[in-house]
Ligand binder design. Structure first.
Ligand SMILES: *Cc1c(COP(=O)(O)O)cnc(C)c1O
Length: 394
């Protein structure tokens, strides 16, 4: 085999996003042992900083070894005992994945569906939960940022619905929101949240930060049977990350170096400034898209800042446009999934990738390609409109 040199890309898809160069440097440092006193300090730093990014005081806040889906599986396999009823809000691929995992864990699934591309009606969630007469649902699970559609589900709305169901635990997927949007874990009394390193945290894929409320920890302690996953059993994993520091499995050392540096970058930038950066780049992106005469899939009040979904105009080839973006401009974006296949483009502006240069480059590239494809652009000037959204005037 020859050496592998990855081509130069700009990752504006649904993930992974571009890693910050400082994170890549941290990743390449020499290994130390997973029980080395210096590594234990790295672990402490990660836990402290993760709490602030999750906006929580939860003691049990750690990165799970594995990608975002490992965090998802950890959440359900630890909280569910066979026969427990689990309500899952499904309006995209990741809600579907949650529902699949629930039944694999022996849970009784209560599905609450909304159309892909739309958020949930609180009345519909309340009505679905009320169907359970004697024992309330043990868990209500929602995807905060549905990466397959670009929809944000407000956690304040979900918390409000749960005021009628005080015993139900709230489980939230924050994979595409953590580091890009406020998550307010404590403010919304989220009991279990998980994320991933490769979306808005500007890190390669490989770790899944989770945070668990004291109430959920109590539920874990009260389990009647062992967790049906050895690797993800938090009662053992937490001993390594807690005071005992007993070996469970070898921590992915380099990925923890990387996550620590990614969190340090967030501290330097400031959480609020970082959310605002994601918001401003999203708004400029939308201004450019609409100036071209294209439409966003999601209503403005439900749009994610980290993942933008654009309707593919009639007569334009999805595959051709994405291939040109990649081959000519080195830009990766995502296509639609499930019922949205061939209907939308998914453009991620996450973490290090959420940058003005990327927004302007992408708009310009798309304009060029669409023009060549024969799509009659409204007035051109996408870049101009985006610049105006940034407050520039010429
Ligand atoms: C990407 C993603 C996941 C899964 O993460 P992987 O790193 O691909 O395992 C889960 N939920 C959401 C909302 C995601 O965007």
């Amino acid at each position: 085999m020859r050496e592998f040199h990855p081509p130069r890309r700009i990752l504006l898809g649904p993930g992974p996003s571009d890693a910050d160069p400082r994170v890549l440097t941290a990743l390449s440092a020499q290994l130390i042992g997973h029980l080395d006193p210096e590594f234990l300090k790295v672990m402490d730093d990660i836990q402290t900083s993760l709490r602030s990014v999750f906006q929580t005081q939860n003691r049990l806040t750690i990165p799970i070894s594995g990608t975002g889906s490992a965090g998802m599986e950890a959440a359900f396999v630890n909280l569910i005992e066979p026969g427990d009823t689990v309500a899952v809000c499904v309006n995209g691929v990741f809600g579907e994945r949650m529902a699949d995992i629930v039944t694999r864990c022996g849970g009784v699934l209560l599905r609450i569906d909304a159309e892909w591309g739309q958020s949930f009606d609180p009345g519909a969630i309340r009505k679905a939960l009320k169907v359970l007469k004697t024992v309330p649902a043990k868990i209500l699970a929602v995807v905060h940022a549905e990466t397959s559609t670009g929809v944000l589900t407000p956690l304040s709305m979900i918390r409000e619905v749960l005021s009628d169901f005080p015993d139900t635990l709230l489980l939230v997927d924050c994979v595409t929101s953590l580091g890009g949007h406020a998550v307010g874990i404590d403010a919304h009394r989220v009991d279990f949240a998980y994320s991933g390193t490769q979306k808005c945290l500007s890190c390669p894929p490989g770790l899944s930060p989770i945070t668990v409320s004291p109430r959920a920890v109590e539920a874990l302690r009260k389990r009647k049977e062992k967790v049906r996953s050895w690797y993800l059993d938090l009662s053992m994993v937490e001993k390594y990350w807690g005071d005992d520091r007993t070996y469970h499995h070898t921590a992915p050392i380099s990925m923890n170096y990387a996550l620590r540096e990614a969190l340090r970058l967030i501290e330097e930038e400031g959480l609020e400034k970082r959310w605002d950066r994601h918001r401003r780049n999203h708004l400029a992106f939308v201004a450019g898209i609409e100036a071209m005469g294209l439409e966003m899939l999601v209503k403005s009040e439900n749009r994610l800042w980290s993942l933008n979904t654009v309707r593919i105009p009639e007569g334009v080839s999805d595959a051709k446009v994405r291939a040109s973006l990649l081959q000519e401009f080195g830009i990766e974006i995502g296509g639609g999934l499930g019922p949205l296949k061939g209907k939308i483009w998914r453009v991620g502006l996450m973490g290090y990738s959420s940058h003005r240069n990327n927004v302007l480059l992408f708009l310009n590239a798309l304009e060029q390609i669409l023009c060549r494809e024969g799509f009659r652009l409204k007035s051109g000037g996408a870049v101009d409109s985006a610049e105006k959204a940034y407050g520039a005037c010429c």
